[in-house]
Design a protein around this ligand. Structure first.
Ligand SMILES: NC(=O)c1ccc[n+]([C@@H]2O[C@H](COP(=O)([O-])OP(=O)(O)OC[C@H]3O[C@@H](n4cnc5c(N)ncnc54)[C@H](O)[C@@H]3O)[C@@H](O)[C@H]2O)c1
Length: 242
């Protein structure tokens, strides 16, 4: 049985990915900075484990991979879903908030991928890594300087890691969700005008269900995508096509 590690697994897309990979038979380490939420999700997935870790912390990332290897003996797949979104006018945007967004979304993705790749390399059989970008890896909305620059960074991080890790048999791809119905987007979707503005940019005229993102992650971490690496796959209801 394959082993997967999913960060941000306590909520939204990460929780959906953890459940989806478990449904296909993976043993899953559910990682989140909120250990209680990770435990709640893992509690609903037979054979999975919950780990508390902040992906911005190098030692905690080392430990989450070590704990996964301790429990399951191997690591085949890593999915970096942990992320935060903070919006605001760039003229007055708080610098600590800017740094935190970049730290979680970009540096956290790097640490998750690097620690996972070290384990995959040590085990000698390679593996698959998926980063979670966004439509904001490619386009911006007003007030998204921190989030969009972090997600733009994730896009190129995925390409750079794909090049660096290819010789180790590790594929790295990035998924770019559009508006997805999770706690992160709940406020926007609950606000009629903001929802209408977002849906006016989404040809399919609805938010994604987190499972619709998870299914694409499952594809990118399966042999069905064996010749794909360094790709950016939008899953956005058509936003980037407009
Ligand atoms: N929801 C959307 O519309 C949408 C669209 C595009 C991209 N995304 C991206 O998808 C990913 C998942 O988002 P979501 O919508 O499921 O959000 P969410 O808020 O529901 O879940 C994010 C999870 O990440 C965890 N997390 C935050 N900081 C962390 C840290 N430092 N270390 C470990 N875990 C941490 C949170 O505790 C939470 O459980 C994020 O990278 C987000 O940017 C979301």
């Amino acid at each position: 049985m394959a082993v997967a590690l999913v960060t941000g697994a306590g909520s939204g897309i990460g929780a959906a990915v953890a459940r989806c990979l478990a449904r296909r038979g993976d043993r899953v380490a559910c990682v989140d900075v909120d250990g209680d939420r990770a435990a709640e999700v893992a509690g609903g997935i037979e054979g999975s484990i919950a780990l508390a870790a902040d992906v911005t912390d190098e030692a905690q990332c080392e430990n989450m991979v070590a704990a996964t290897l301790d429990r399951f003996g191997d690591l085949d797949t890593a999915v970096a879903c942990a992320g935060i979104e903070k919006a605001g006018d760039s003229l007055v945007f708080d610098i600590d908030t800017f740094r935190r967004v970049v730290d979680v979304n970009l540096t956290g993705s790097f640490l998750t991928a690097r620690e996972s790749a070290r384990a995959m390399t040590a085990n000698g059989h390679g593996g698959t890594i998926v980063l979670i970008g966004s439509i904001n890896s490619k386009v911006v909305l007003p007030g998204t300087a921190a989030y969009a620059s972090s997600k733009g960074g994730v896009l190129l991080l995925g390409q750079a890691l794909a090049v660096d890790f290819a010789r180790h048999g590790i594929r790295v791809n990035t998924v770019g969700p559009g508006v997805t119905d999770t706690p992160m987007s709940a406020d926007s979707l609950a606000h009629p005008e903001r929802r209408a503005r977002l849906m006016s940019r989404t040809p399919l005229d609805r938010p994604a269900h987190p499972d619709e993102i998870a299914e694409v992650v499952a594809f990118l971490t399966s042999d069905a995508s064996s010749f794909m690496t360094g790709a950016f796959l939008p899953v956005d209801g058509g936003w980037l096509a407009t």
